[in-house]
Every structure is written in C-alpha cells, then in structure tokens.
Design a protein around this ligand. Sequence first.
Ligand code: GDP
Length: 533
Amino acid sequence: MSIHTPAAEAARRRTFAIISHPDAGKTTLTENLLLTGGAIRAAGAVRARGEQRRTRSDWMKIERERGISVSASVMTFDHAGLMFNLLDTPGHEDFSEDTYRTLTAADAAVMVLDAAKGIEPQTLKLFEVCRLRDIPIITFINKMDREALDPFELIDEIASKLALDPAPLYWPAGSGGRFKGVLDLRRQQFLPYARKSSTDEEGHPDPVALKSNAISTHLDPDELGELEEGAMLVQEAAKPFDPQSFLEGHMTPIFFGSALRHFGVNQLLEGLGAYAPPPKAVKATRAGDETHVAPGDAEVTGFVFKVQANMDPNHRDRIAFLRLCSGEFKRGMKLKVQNTGRQLSVNSPIMFFASDRELAEEAYAGDVIGIPNHGVLRVGDSLSETGALRFAGLPNFAPEILRRVRVKDPLKAKHLKKALEGLAEEGVTQLFRPIIGSDFIVGAVGQLQFEVMADRLSGEYDLDVIFEAAPYAEARWLSGSDADIEDFGSKHRTAMAEDIDGQAVFLAKSAWEIGYVSERFPKLSFERTKERG
Ligand code: GDP
C-alpha cells in the first residue's frame, strides 16, 4: 500500500501566511524561511525572482509601475519531512481584499512585529481577519539586532491590544548593539547571537546550557543576571504555552530574532512544524445538506480564493488559485465547478516552488495549485470531482472606501455595467447598485483596488472611468427576516442598495449613523462581512 494516502500527506502540510505592517520585515523573513527550508540558496532571491518574473511575463502594468506586488502568490518548500506552503500576502499599505481572502486559505499565520514598534495599525487589521477565521497565530518579534522596546512592553501590547495570551518560548538578552542572543525557555539553553553573520553559511555559535561555565563566554555577569531575572519574571507572569489554546486562537507562542541576520528563523520554522496545524476538516454542503470535508476524504475538493488576471495581456488567461481541501489531486483530473456545473480538465496545474513554477503532478489538502483558465473560474468557486460540494463562501469585507464610478464616454455606459459586474464577480472590487437612481457605487478596502480596477477597465474593456466621491462612508449587509429588512428598506430608500448577489445593503453616511439605526432596528443586524458562495 502506498504511504501517500491523502490523510498522511495532508498531515504533513503546513499552510501559512505572514501578516505584518509594511517594513516590519515580511519579505526578509520570507527569504530567510526559504533559505532555512532549503528552497533557495542565496538571500535576495525572492526579490530577484520577482523582477525576473515581471520582465519575463509582462506582469501587470501597475505592478511594474509601482514596483510592488499586487498579487499574492504561494511558495512551497519541503523541509524536515514536512511540506510548507507559504501564502504571500501583499504587504503594501494599500492592501486589498486579496490579502484578506488569502488568509482564508491559510491554516496558521506568522505575525511579524518590528521590535522597536510593536503592534502597528495594519498588523491589527490583519490580525482581526485571522481572529474572524480562528486562525492560530505565531508571533515573531523581528529586528532584535536594533534597539528594541522592552520585551515586557511588547508582550503586554500583545495581551492588551490583541487580547491574546502571550507565551514566549524564548527570551531575549538585550537588543541592538547589546543583543547577545535568546534563551530557549523550554530547554534552558542559550542561543548566542553573532553580530557579523548575515548568511546561513556563517551561522551563529552553538547553543549552550544556561547553567554551564560556557555561558560566561557569551554573557557577562550583569547580562546573565538580567537575562535570568527577566526569564524568571516572564515565566511567572505569562501562562505556559498550551498548544490547544494556541490552536483555538487564544494564545500565541512568541519567538524573538533578526530576519536580516538570520537569527531565530530556524527556531520559528521548527515552531511552525511542531505547532502550526495541518489542514483540518472544513464545513461544506453537499447537494444542500451540511457536511464536513476531511483532508483524508477520497474525493478531491477545493475552493478558489484568488484569481489573477493579465499575466499576459495578449491572452485573456487567468490563473485561479485553488486551495485543496481533500483527496489526492492528479494532473489531468476533471473537476466540476459547483455553481455553474462546468467541468474542467486540469491538465496544466501549476505549483509554486520557491525556485520556480512547476507543473503539479499531484497535490493534497493544504496545497495550493494554480489553474490557468479563460475566465471559467471565479473567486469563491468550489471545485470537486462530483461538483456537488460547496464550501462556505469566502467573506466579503465591508468596504472602507466607497466611490461613484462614471465612464467618460457616455455612449459606453451600458458596457460599464457588464464590466463592473465582471470585476465584482472576480472580487477585484465590490459593486453596489442603489435602489434609486442609476449610480454605480464601488467599494474597496484599499485605494489600490481602484487603481487595479481602472487599469483593467481600460486595458480589458476599453473603458476610461472617473471615480467620484460617493455620499456614503460605510456599507453594511443587512441580515434579519425578510419582513424586517423590507420595513427598514422602506424607511431608508435613499440609502438602500443591492450587491451583485442581490443582497440588501445599507449605505450609511457615517459610522455614527450605523450605530443609530442599529439601535432603532434591534431585530436587524448590520454585518461587516458577508460570506460569499
Ligand atoms: P516588509 O515591508 O515587511 O516586507 O519589510 P522588508 O523585509 O522589506 O524589510 C524592511 C526593512 O527592514 C529593510 O530595509 C530590511 O533590510 C530591514 N530589516 C528586515 N528585517 C530586519 C532585521 O531583522 N534587522 C534589521 N536591522 N533590519 C531588518
């Protein structure tokens, strides 16, 4: 019997994403994780590869112009008997819903904090999405080679701002010029930091037992005293690491290091292997009945969490990123799309190994494969062999920016509707049609989404558009009984809209207004997220 059963293969998958505020060191950490994982040989390859890719395949114009990565991709590497799938979330300030959706395909997240800054606004935003999805979080406090905040202050911030129990597995000795290394609190071993080394080859000195004479070659008596006292205090103050509490999203194990100096990265990868969960059973419906899809189930199933278009503007080819949820996928397999019933022969699926793209011969739950297609696959689609399975939809997030969109050439107004619907179905931006009037209101969580939209409207649909301020600041999906929604709608006709699925949306002028109406209509809820499906 083959040992490659879907269950055994899924059990060795670790599919995770990195969340951070721009500049905290996500790219550097990604690179160093790939180095540690043996996926790349030299640091600098992640960016170089990005450059190459852009020049080679004429990547999205906007991506080239702005020199940032608009599109999330995935990198796969095999290390210590495990298969790691690292989902890359765009780290730019103007992030988009892609970032959020990518997190729905991750089983765990690494939260990178800049040791000098602690929790920054975007870390918090992304964290909230993780919490919404109950994604367990591992914390990596980066840049310890620079002057850092007091580590107690950092763990207090995690506790107070994120309401997570901090569980340091390591404790730092100093920071910046005085950074000497970290103490492994579980093994009572000291990992010395060697300032000069910046690559894996040079390495850092071997660990030494805390209670050994050798410790004096790395720490002077004052430093040792300070480290021992800090370690003792933190062990008294913090709850011990409880893997179950971590998996339930209540606790985060904390690592300290320097991605740039390749310090602490091996420990982080080891922690990911040991504690991050393999793919778990996912809620779904089969022909309308509720069910669970377990990674070891025989049927191949998955959902599309991202569609990337315009990899080559001359061809309308798109790559749909499919997160597998069960079964043993084999190249050439036929899969059916649940909502359209269309069948797809997956002859050239792509897996994204860090070194390059490769054709995927087989893949299992937790893996992500890219499926080239001509617009057949949409974000949120469920794929399976029978075509009967439907995964709970991917969430839409209440937009933070709303704009009215107009086309410059009034003769093309008709085309605009179709184009906007197409882009909304793909998940580029959201579309709201007010009940009264003929406006198109588009919504996004980041400014960049509008640029992507304008770029695609002009490139693919030959439509030049203008975005204007909309008289609305917030959008909320209404949920409640039909009668209650109707009653509310009749009293707020000028603020009511429908999204592309025809669901009722309240467009509010301010956050205050939402508070006001929710008090007056207690039977309705005004939702910030909507599951698509
Ligand atoms: P991202 O925006 O989160 O992807 O951050 P980058 O990985 O691009 O890093 C931002 C800046 O911080 C770059 O100049 C890095 O060289 C630097 N950096 C990243 N990690 C470290 C670290 O551990 N120590 C120091 N001193 N600098 C770092």
